[in-house]
Design a protein around this ligand. Structure first.
Ligand SMILES: NC(=O)c1ccc[n+]([C@@H]2O[C@H](COP(=O)([O-])OP(=O)(O)OC[C@H]3O[C@@H](n4cnc5c(N)ncnc54)[C@H](OP(=O)(O)O)[C@@H]3O)[C@@H](O)[C@H]2O)c1
Length: 299
């Protein structure tokens, strides 16, 4: 089967490509804005494609049977409207363009990386854009599988790994918000297994799956687990979100700004998922956080 992974140079897409090529049964092509700059992987083809450029998508999706769509704007979750790096442009409009190109080229199946909490009626910009994208996918006439993962961690992630560095090298660990928001962090290896299987699992056709570890954990509990795995003990220093938004509202205009008020809302969300239907459909048990952290931090 010829599978195109849009966003295959990224964190999740990279692990999906790894999983798809391990099986050895698929022809895998990575779609990237710049094939010349992409890190080369053996046995994988590369094609140029930019979700803001419909003609590139028409070319990239030719003779493809399945598309896995895991595109995100650079420096997420800090939006940069001047460069078109926003939820609406990339998750919303970009996915609609990709779906249109796939339909025109007769792509059979579309696997979409949405996010935990996406559903109709949400007001946050990231949920509105994901909902728009999901609607485009569901009404496309193609077979589809949509996954809505909670917070994904693993090698090369750009969020939990910041805390790994804080715990290793700082005397205290700064935490934005109360530390009481609950999420269900999931290993990128588990997400990649499910997404790669979704490419041809008939039981997953036209289904939406939430992905996450079983137990909702507060941010403080997650950092406690991380410290245990790293064998360190650091005091957590909580900063009220409203207070951090004051400097963030200024620094958001810097190139590659580390924070913005919207990004603070995004990272302090409390979102629960029910992973049981995904575990049943794919015959997996998602790794608990401590085991997942030990697996990749030891390696
Ligand atoms: N990370 C998480 O915890 C998490 C949790 C839930 C859901 N998700 C979802 O998973 C998806 C992937 O996230 P990620 O963390 O893997 O993102 P990422 O590491 O930032 O990768 C983003 C990918 O998007 C591509 N891209 C960026 N702009 C593009 C454009 N204009 N046209 C075509 N491709 C473009 C990049 O490719 P090039 O730079 O090579 O063009 C890159 O491969 C997103 O939809 C995200 O919402 C992530």
């Amino acid at each position: 089967m010829h599978v195109l992974v849009a966003g295959g140079t990224g964190f999740i897409g990279g692990h999906v490509v790894e999983e798809l090529t391990n099986g050895g049964t698929h022809r895998v092509t990575i779609m990237t804005r710049d094939p010349d700059r992409a890190r080369r992987r053996a046995g994988v083809e590369y094609v140029r494609g930019d979700i803001s450029d419909p003609s590139s998508l028409a070319e990239a999706t030719r003779e493809v049977e399945v598309v896995v769509h895991c595109v995100q704007f650079p420096n997420h979750p800090v939006e940069n409207p001047a460069r078109g790096w926003t939820y609406e442009k990339v998750d919303g409009e970009g996915t609609e363009r990709m779906v249109a190109a796939c339909r025109a080229n007769g792509v059979r199946r579309f696997v979409y990386l949405s996010g935990a909490g996406a559903r109709p009626g949400r007001s946050e910009p990231w949920f509105k854009a994901k909902e728009r994208a999901e609607r485009a996918v569901m009404t496309s006439g193609m077979e589809y599988v949509i996954v809505r993962p909670s917070w994904i961690y693993g090698p090369e992630d750009r969020s939990l790994n910041k805390f790994v560095a804080f715990v290793k090298y700082l005397p205290v660990v700064p935490v934005i918000g109360s530390g009481q928001e609950k999420v269900q962090p999931i290993s990128v290896f588990d997400v990649a297994k499910v997404v790669a299987a979704a490419v041809d699992n008939p039981a997953a056709t036209n289904q939406v799956f939430e992905l996450g570890s079983r137990d909702p954990l507060t941010m403080d509990e997650i950092l406690g687990t991380l410290q245990k795995v790293l064998g360190k003990h650091r005091r957590l220093v909580h900063q009220p979100a409203w207070l951090v938004k004051i400097p963030a509202s200024v620094i958001q205009y810097l190139p590659n700004a580390p924070l913005s008020p919207g990004a603070i809302d995004f990272i302090t969300m409390d979102e629960r998922v029910d992973p049981s239907p995904a575990e049943r459909a794919f015959g997996v048990t998602f790794t608990p956080l401590e085991a997942g952290l030990r697996h990749y931090l030891r390696a």
